[in-house]
Design a protein around this ligand. Structure first.
Ligand SMILES: Cc1cc2nc3c(=O)[nH]c(=O)nc-3n(C[C@H](O)[C@H](O)[C@H](O)COP(=O)(O)OP(=O)(O)OC[C@H]3O[C@@H](n4cnc5c(N)ncnc54)[C@H](O)[C@@H]3O)c2cc1C
Length: 253
């Protein structure tokens, strides 16, 4: 999909839970942005590149898309900024100019499976929420969701047959087996199975060990991605993610 740059403005900025901040961005440039991108992602350009210097960018999910408007959810760290992107979000005010580049295609759950396993932390909550909203209303499965505070469990319009299990961890990135342990406890009925998981890098590796190596889910049945890495900026995380994908002989997701 061709990517476009859009110069937009902040339309609204509000805390929606103790550890999640929502910013709505928009403007006429979104007329060039494809529709149907909820759950897809874009690059938030915090500093444009200049000669010899790369642009400072961070990756965020399109939680909702309306005409000329996008809602974006920023996971905070103990209610505070993690780095420049989350700082930007907390300072964002109506009318602030900003630029994005995108989109990257949504990664929905594949339709037609008997049961779904879904796992993610707060960075993946926007993509998981968008995916759950778009799933077949008859879908069945379990989603395990790592949040920092019980009030971070904001309403998600999931199919009735998808059970949402929240796990509270106030220190994201410090308990890599939390999500994989919870998924192992899910009773899986006989039939076809698909899974979707995204979270911190070490947690992703634990989930991959279970879903790909133990359950032998194939790429058609499994989407798994690392969204950030504890102690590393996104720029540094990208290097580790690339090395990991190369070592696995797998495409970067
Ligand atoms: C496809 C994709 C979609 C994504 N969508 C979203 C989204 O919709 N919402 C969202 O919040 N994140 C999302 N992320 C993750 C987001 O890009 C990273 O969390 C990013 O590092 C945050 O940038 P920053 O400038 O705030 O922190 P950075 O400068 O990148 O990092 C600074 C420090 O904060 C830590 N840190 C980074 N992220 C987190 C976190 N989530 N929790 C705790 N500590 C953290 C780092 O380990 C580092 O120590 C997505 C990532 C990908 C790959």
């Amino acid at each position: 999909m061709a990517q476009v740059f859009c110069d937009l403005t902040v339309l609204n900025s509000q805390r929606i839970s103790p550890s999640m901040h929502q910013v709505t961005i928009g403007g006429p440039d979104l007329d060039h942005f494809p529709s149907g991108q909820a759950g897809g992602y874009f690059k938030l350009i915090l500093e444009p590149g200049s000669e010899g210097k790369k642009a400072l960018m961070r990756t965020y999910t399109i939680r909702r898309q309306r005409e000329r408007e996008l809602d974006v959810l920023f996971a905070l760290h103990g209610g505070n900024a993690a780095g420049p992107a989350t700082s930007w979000a907390l300072d964002a005010k109506h009318g602030d100019p900003m630029t994005i580049r995108g989109p990257g295609a949504p990664k929905p759950l594949p339709p037609g499976f008997d049961f779904y396993l879904i796992a993610g932390d707060m960075a993946a909550l926007p993509a998981i929420s968008a995916n759950l909203e778009q799933m077949d209303r008859r879908a069945k499965g379990v989603a395990v969701l790592e949040i920092q505070h019980e009030d971070d469990a904001v309403a998600i319009d999931a199919p009735e047959g998808i059970e949402l299990r929240y796990l509270i961890n106030p220190l994201p990135g410090t308990r890599p087996t939390l999500l994989s342990d919870a998924l192992r406890q899910v009773e899986r009925p006989a039939g076809t199975l698909a899974a979707w998981a995204a979270c911190e890098f070490s947690g992703m590796r634990q989930l991959r060990g279970f879903l790909r190596d133990e359950l032998a889910l194939t790429p058609r049945e499994l989407y798994i991605s690392s969204y950030w890495k504890h102690g590393l900026s996104e720029t540094e995380h990208k290097v580790v993610k690339r090395e990991d994908a190369d070592a696995q002989g797998a495409p970067i997701q």
